[in-house]
Structures are given as structure tokens and as C-alpha cells.
Design a protein around this ligand. Structure first.
Ligand code: ZN
Length: 245
């Protein structure tokens, strides 16, 4: 059966000297993997028609679910050219793409996930060079996956004061609870907590991206979100470090 899909590559691998395997996130079929035979040959119909971060229309011969499908042709609809020249934004887009690749199961369509991925890439083109954007994007990603950190009251007793952060507890905990249960925590001063709460609630990254952070605030924010993302999604830390720059 031939399937037509709007798709963005999540990862590309060499298969032979001329062929490639591409994992895609598609609008209606979830994550699919295709073999693009002869993709690197000079006259290949795939040449220049797909690239990381770009939206393509893909035609493929669908085999049994979960197997490697055979790509027939594709056409690049929206290349997102910013990432060819803006290195910082490209690093952020790479990290976001790796998050989707790691967390999306094969061939399990999830309504809204493709639109969310496209929207995040579009925002990354505009704001991806700004350090706080990454934190905003991670908060939105966690929310989309039902793992939003609890930033309101102590996760254990609902206390509103003396809060610090525990990735393993899923958000903030108060000092008495942390001491009683011997929970390791990271400092979460009021200014940091206020930023995280405001960015979590904001569906647009403009405000977050334009926030001027002191070196200390930047370090604290990345320590908290880095720990949380590692705990929730178990992604290699190097990818995130590259995106922080
Ligand atoms: Zn508590």
C-alpha cells in the first residue's frame, strides 16, 4: 500500500554507501521509518527533498506495521532555512528533535503531536538563539507529555513556603518534607520559581525568550530543568549541553 504523509525527519542514518534510513514524525501515522534507496545518488528523487527540521511530503510503500518501509519519493514543502545559518538555533532544534525521537513510540499516531513539533520548530527558528527559550520549550514539552513539573505547592504536603526542587518528586517540595523524607533537592529561589511558573503557563515563547538572565539565574534554571528532563526522559546529557552552548 502506498501512503502519502506530511513528515519531518527525526533522525537519518547511513544504510549503505548510497542509501539512508530516515525516521520521521508524520502528521497522521506517528513515527515511521523508511529506507530511502539510492538517496545519495546524484539523480536520486530524494536529493534535496528532505532535511532535518524541514517538513516534506513523503510517499512510501507501507509494509507490515513496525517494519522498515520503502520510501518512493518526497518533496520538501517547508525547509526552515534559519537552521542552515543560525548555529545556536540549530543546536536547540537538534535537541528538541532528539527529544521527540526518543519519546515517540513507533507507528502510534498521537493527535496533535506533529502540530506541536512543527510549532516548536517554527518558534525555534525565531527564538532558538535565546537561552531561556530552551527552558520554555522543555516546559511545554513536559506539559504535552503529561509530565509537567508541579511548581505550585509542595508535592507532598501542599505547603506554599520554603520550596526547593526535586526532579524525582516531580516538582517542588518544602524544606520540612525534604528533611523528613531525606529527599535530595536543588535550590529554587523565588525569582527562579516565578520565571518557571510564568513560562510554564505561557503558550508563546516571546516573553521567556526576551528575559534577561544573570549568570546565576541561568545556571540555576539549567540545573533544575536539566535534572528534571534527565529524570523524566533519560536523554543523553551531551545533547542538552550542546543546546545550552
Ligand atoms: Zn511539604
Amino acid at each position: 500500500m502506498i501512503v502519502k504523509a506530511t513528515a519531518i525527519p527525526l533522525a537519518c542514518y547511513p544504510y549503505s554507501s548510497t542509501s539512508r534510513i530516515v525516521h520521521w514524525l508524520t502528521r497522521h501515522h506517528g513515527k515511521v521509518s523508511t529506507l530511502l534507496k539510492g538517496a545519495l545518488r546524484p539523480k536520486s528523487p530524494f536529493l534535496g527533498e528532505y532535511e532535518l527540521f524541514g517538513t516534506s511530503e513523503l510517499l512510501y510503500f507501507s509494509k507490515r506495521t513496525g517494519s522498515l518501509h520503502t520510501g518512493k519519493e518526497c518533496a520538501l514543502l517547508h525547509p526552515r532555512t534559519t537552521f542552515r545559518t543560525d548555529w545556536r538555533a540549530m543546536q536547540t532544534a537538534s535537541y528538541i528533535t532528539a527529544l521527540f525521537n526518543k519519546t515517540t513510540p513507533d507507528e502510534s499516531p498521537q493527535p496533535g503531536l506533529f502540530e506541536f513539533f512543527e510549532a516548536l520548530l517554527d518558534f525555534t527558528e525565531e527564538f532558538g538563539g535565546a537561552s531561556p527559550f530552551l527552558i520554555w520549550a522543555e516546559l511545554q514539552f513536559c506539559h504535552q507529555h503529561g509530565h509537567a513539573p508541579n511548581l505550585e505547592n509542595c508535592t507532598l504536603c501542599n505547603a506554599e513556603e520554603n520550596l526547593s526542587f526535586s526532579a524525582a518528586s516531580g516538582g517542588v517540595v518544602c524544606t520540612p518534607c525534604a528533611q523528613e523524607k531525606k529527599i535530595p533537592t536543588l535550590e529554587c529561589p523565588p525569582d527562579i520559581l516565578a520565571m518557571l511558573r510564568s513560562w510554564q503557563a505561557d503558550e508563546h515563547p516571546r516573553k521567556a525568550a526576551h528575559t534577561l538572565l544573570s549568570g546565576k539565574q541561568k545556571t540555576a534554571l539549567h540545573a533544575l530543568m536539566g535534572a528534571f528532563m534527565r529524570y523524566q526522559f533519560n536523554l543523553p546529557q551531551e545533547l542538552r549541553n550542546a543546546a545550552i552552548g
